[in-house]
Design a protein around this ligand. Structure first.
Ligand code: BG6
Ligand code: MG
Length: 219
């Protein structure tokens, strides 16, 4: 049986860092006098840092110089990183490690497909970097989700076809990217928000072995 490629998004799928991104963006928005709600934040999930800032500035109708934008991008990232200082394996979301370990036991291929430029240090801090056969992150791609580039690169690194690739995602943009790539999209989170996903689970504790086995045995 051909090995399958299991591609994981990072923020909000493997680790609960989506909340830290939100807090850091909210702080910047507040400083700029822009109202920024959890609903607005959904649009930022899966989206690159630069694009996220553009969305926030658009919300506030703010035109800014490149110099200011660069300053705010650095500030946001420093703020975000301050939440990660004490990060360890306890920040891995419930149910994720059993699935990763099961896939390893079954000799399947595992990749990371994340928009984040902070992905590698997070995988190192949480002690799971060695479980990944390939890592594609924000440093590798030039087109942000919903462009499928990040997942296409991951599948290519694993020498897997798109049809044999399964993507776990918590963002609308990421689900769209997986669908555009002709991969199987698996939404992790609110199914009302992630309604374009082929499958939906509230979190990894709802994924049982029979679901993973069915993907592994898919023709
Ligand atoms: C995505 C997150 O995974 O990475 C976004 O969902 C984030 O919220 C993006 O903006 C870029 O991350 P970073 O760590 O490079 O700022
Ligand atoms: Mg995510």
């Amino acid at each position: 049986m051909t090995k399958k490629a299991f591609i994981f998004d990072l923020d909000g799928v493997i680790v609960d860092t989506a909340k830290y991104h939100y807090l850091a963006w909210q702080k910047l928005a507040q400083q700029l006098g822009i109202e920024f709600t959890p609903e607005h934040n959904e649009e930022l999930k899966g989206v690159s840092r630069v694009r996220s800032l553009e969305i926030i500035l658009n919300l506030g109708g703010i035109q800014a110089s490149q110099e200011d934008k660069n300053k705010w991008l650095i500030q946001k990232n420093e703020d975000y990183l301050s939440y990660l200082v004490n990060m360890d394996e306890s920040e891995i979301l419930p149910g994720v490690l059993p699935v990763l370990n099961y896939l390893k036991d079954k000799n399947q291929l595992i990749a990371l497909g994340s928009a984040s430029k902070n992905a590698r240090p997070i995988l190192e801090k949480t002690g799971i970097i060695n479980l990944f056969d390939a890592i594609v992150d924000g440093n590798d791609v030039s087109n942000a989700k919903p462009d499928p580039e990040v997942f296409l690169q991951a599948a290519r690194k694993l020498s897997a076809s798109n049809e044999n690739s399964f993507v776990f995602e918590d963002s609308v943009a990421g689900i769209q990217a997986a669908n555009i790539a002709n991969m199987t999209s698996i939404g992790i989170g609110d199914e009302k928000i992630l309604n374009e996903a082929k499958y939906n689970f509230k979190d990894f504790t709802f994924i049982d072995v029979s679901f993973i086995d069915a993907l592994i045995n898919k023709n």
